[in-house]
Design a protein around this ligand. Structure first.
Ligand code: HGY
Ligand code: MN
Ligand code: MN
Length: 412
């Protein structure tokens, strides 16, 4: 396969996949891990990498690695970039794919400049960054680093009841081998991820690219409220134990408690009455809580107060409530030395914190890690309204190329 001539544009690369995984009912894109759409994106990435002569492999955890190694050096301590291709339901076109496409374009820029680095450059695509199918964010990078136990991951189930083990097996992985992978981890000497900004920082600062400083701590909890299922018409109001009513009060409590803790963010984005009939009083409600704060102790306090109020709201309706932690990521601060090197290479780039989680934050505990953000003129993300203007996308790829050139010249 011949490599594409010149430097691919990020907009052109994203245009290749613009039709993949469109969600007609929600709008935007729904590309859950191991779905046909997400597998098509992985196939697209693999083809693009192979057309550039990169060696492509998938590791035991489903992470796809594409290697540019002109010197034929050992992969240990390489420079690695990349991102993810899975999406939230009804997500935007850029969250994840922008980082993957920019990695390919940055490689093209390095080659066009005649670069032939002594250190290998890897592009990694992490599965299930969003945790949209199996409920745990950054599942691939957590398995890689040992932050998530294999048996816990394998038993996670998606909305259709499929286990991660079965879905991974169908995608060609061997569930017996998922888990911490020190050999793969040793290949990462430094990790740099480019990502669309999921906020308004660069709009307000008037710059196309920023260097990241930190990732807000975030966790997910499952709120289950149990009442008594019954007939909507035959059951008098005084005779009900309706968990949906309790859940409504609990959701208002989530908002109120978050507002009472400066800087806290708390969200209920999924709420499922069971069995879910129009003429049926639900027997149970499952809801998922996302809480974030820079101080992990405040996150814990917010969750504790939400739990107390949810249990009170449930008791008022003759129901019971449980809150169970499903994942928790402490606030991550990126490597200060790397951040300062990035600022030297990109002197006009401001430094920004982010409220969104990323695989880079999981890796930050193990290897020097940094991120670059590209301006999103709507400031909206996890929505079809997420956007990046073409010139900013190209500026991001150039910035990534400049940063990678700097990192590739340093000794492993
Ligand atoms: O949830 C997050 O913050 C990230 O987009 N996975
Ligand atoms: Mn993302
Ligand atoms: Mn996301």
């Amino acid at each position: 396969m011949t490599a594409p001539t010149g430097v691919a544009s990020v907009a052109g690369l994203l245009g290749d996949i613009a039709g993949t995984g469109r969600d007609a009912s929600r709008g935007g894109y729904s590309r859950p891990v191991f779905s046909t759409a997400e597998r098509d994106l992985v196939a697209w990435f693999t083809d693009q990498a192979q057309r550039r002569g990169l060696d492509v492999e998938t590791d035991r955890n489903g992470i796809v690695w594409a290697w540019w190694n002109p010197a034929g050096a050992p992969l240990t301590g390489s420079v690695v970039t990349g991102s993810h291709l899975d999406s939230v339901p009804g997500g935007g076109a850029f969250d994840g794919p922008l980082g993957v496409a920019s990695s390919l374009a940055a490689l093209d820029h390095l080659r066009a400049r005649g670069s032939a680095p002594a250190r290998p450059l890897g592009i990694a695509v992490f599965p299930e960054e969003e945790g949209s199918r199996f409920g745990v964010a950054c599942l691939g990078s957590r398995l890689l680093t040992g932050a998530l136990a294999p048996e816990r991951a394998l038993n996670l189930t998606g909305p259709d009841g499929t286990s991660f083990a079965d879905a991974a097996r169908a995608a060609g992985l061997d569930p017996r081998h998922v888990g911490r992978d020190d050999e793969a981890l040793s290949r990462i000497g430094v990790f740099l991820e480019l990502h669309v900004e999921q906020g308004r920082g660069l709009i307000d600062l008037g710059a196309p690219v920023a260097v990241a400083s930190s990732v807000l701590g975030h966790g997910r909890w499952r709120l289950t409220i149990t009442g008594e299922g019954n007939h909507a018409g035959a059951t008098l109001m005084a005779d009900r134990r309706d968990p949906v009513v309790a859940a409504a009060a609990a959701v208002l409590a989530v908002r109120d408690v978050a507002r009472q803790h400066d800087g806290a963010r708390a969200t209920v984005g999924r709420i499922v009455p069971v069995p879910g009939g129009t003429n049926v009083i639900a027997g149970r409600v499952d809801a998922w809580l996302d809480v974030r704060h820079p101080d992990d102790d405040v996150t814990a306090a917010v969750v504790a107060e939400i739990t107390r109020r949810a249990q009170h709201a449930a008791a008022v309706e003759g129901c019971t409530a449980t809150v169970t932690e499903e994942s928790l990521s402490p606030t991550a601060h990126f490597d200060a030395g790397l951040r300062e090197r990035l600022r030297e290479v990109l002197p006009g780039a401001p430094v920004l914190a982010t409220g969104a989680g990323h695989d880079a934050a999981v890796l930050a505990d193990h290897v020097p890690t940094g991120m670059l953000f590209v301006r999103n003129p709507t400031g909206v993300s996890h929505s079809p309204a997420e956007h990046v203007e073409d010139p900013d996308a190209e500026a991001g790829a150039l910035a990534l190329a400049d940063a990678l050139a700097e990192l590739l010249t340093a000794p492993a």
